[in-house]
Design a protein around this ligand. Structure first.
Ligand SMILES: Nc1ncnc2c1ncn2[C@@H]1O[C@H](COP(=O)(O)OP(=O)(O)OP(=O)(O)O)[C@@H](O)[C@H]1O
Length: 262
């Protein structure tokens, strides 16, 4: 197994404004993520998941420590890391196909390579027949599939996903989870996926990094060895959900105790 992302004693403190104190969103986090691993960052709102993902993406700089991707310290965004956000981030004045082609143009591919790759990606997310539509003509799920196709088309080594299915209804969400798993199994790239949902994390991940509300720490590193394809209703699946739920409850209890004793 090759280490693809190495997070080393990482802290992030946001400076206070006016009369508010500085806020530590991440505190001394260290962990390694292997090549081809599907890792979910799971935890309650405000625990620092998006902050950590943004630092891996290079959208912001750590206050302490460093992140190394493929032996290079992250100092800013790069084509080796592709990001998919909760809000679809498509250009509204371009069609679905043009949105996908745009990223490829920036990558410097020939026109034939671009159209061929865009078609492959749009077919893989079942949007080929909708390629001439504009984002306003798409449902939420279709927009997110288009955003995923656009990011995957540039073939990043690492796919970073910040609650990409958070705004979708449950059925669409489950369908897109299944589609994402199919794409991941075909292309086998490293995925770091932020979610609030225990079920989503158990469905998708090889590994769940659980984050606690207190001081942005990783409170548990759960290796999810459920065989694939997974059945959300199976006894084994529910048992892993329960285990993860237990860790989160325990962390909340400890945080409350610490707050009461402070
Ligand atoms: N630019 C910023 N300036 C100040 N504080 C920030 C900034 N970005 C994030 N924070 C704070 O850092 C903490 C972690 O935020 P973050 O968005 O990483 O949490 P999260 O776990 O992704 O939450 P959610 O699940 O609600 O999206 C929050 O308390 C937030 O207010």
């Amino acid at each position: 197994m090759t280490i693809q992302i190495s997070i080393d004693q990482l802290s992030k403190t946001f400076p206070g404004r006016n009369d508010t104190a500085a806020f530590t969103a991440l505190s001394n986090i260290s962990c390694d993520i292997n090549s081809n691993e599907f890792v979910c960052l799971l935890g309650p709102s405000g625990c620092g998941k998006s902050t950590l993902l943004g630092l891996i993406a290079g959208h912001d700089q750590p206050s302490k420590g460093q992140i190394v991707v493929d032996n290079h310290t992250v100092t800013g965004p790069g084509a080796d890391r592709g990001m998919v956000f909760q809000q679809y981030a498509l250009f509204p004045w371009y069609t679905v196909e043009q949105n996908v082609l745009l990223g490829l143009k920036i990558k410097g591919l020939s026109p034939e390579e671009r159209t061929g790759r865009a078609e492959r990606m749009l077919r893989s997310v079942n949007l080929w027949e909708h390629r001439s539509k504009f984002p306003r003509e798409l449902s939420g799920g279709m927009k997110q599939r288009a955003a995923i196709a656009r990011t995957l088309a540039i073939e990043p080594d690492v796919l970073l996903m910040d609650e990409p299915f958070g705004a979708l209804d449950e059925q669409t969400r489950e369908r897109l989870q299944d589609e994402l798993l199919t794409i991941w199994q075909e292309s086998r790239r490293t995925v770091v996926f932020v979610t609030h949902s225990i079920q989503e994390a158990v469905m998708l991940s090889d590994r769940i990094l659980l984050m606690g509300r207190q001081q942005g720490r990783i409170i548990a590193d759960v290796h999810n060895t459920l065989p694939r394809p997974r059945d959300r209703m199976s006894t084994d699946f529910v048992a892993v959900e329960r285990e993860v739920h237990g860790y989160l409850k325990q962390a909340e209890f400890t945080a409350n105790e610490e707050a009461a004793n402070a």
